[in-house]
Design a protein around this ligand. Sequence first.
Ligand code: NI
Length: 192
Amino acid sequence: MEIITYPHPTLRHKSKPIKRVDARLREIVREMFELMYEAKGVGLAANQVDLPFRLFVTNLEADLEKGEEMVFINPILSMPKGTEENEEGCLSLPGLYGNVVRPKKVRVNAYNLQGEEINADIEGLFSRVVQHETDHLDGVLFIDRMTDSAKIDIEGELDEFETEFNSRRETGGIPAAAAIAARLNEWEEKYC
Ligand code: NI
């Protein structure tokens, strides 16, 4: 398992809700936390590790020894309030940062790995991370939400990601689109 980077097609996959949790899925979640810590991230969505699940993990301290690990399964956001602009980055676009305007507060409803409900009104960094990760599950990246003028500033960097990805694909480092889709479909049949 590894973190995939832009413009890998799975990052544009709209995830389906998870219907079952088993030992394998719990192992996957553990591995997601480990990859997130290695990359010093505060959140990681399943499609960032090439899996089609409606699930993401967070730890606002980005550190195994600190903070609180949370797993969000089938999250639903509602009751957005206010707006706030802040800088974001993404483990699937390493080194790229940009300002994004989002609702300041949201309500999140989800389940954790134990099947317990999560119901919380959140704000600040937590709210931003949960919104960013929920976007991932819908195939949305933070660059999609940047203003048009901010997007112009990052065009060159996006081109570099695309060139790098295409060369990896040509040298066999990335499977063909049909193979990626077939693999996602297999996982969906098992869990969604
Ligand atoms: Ni991200």
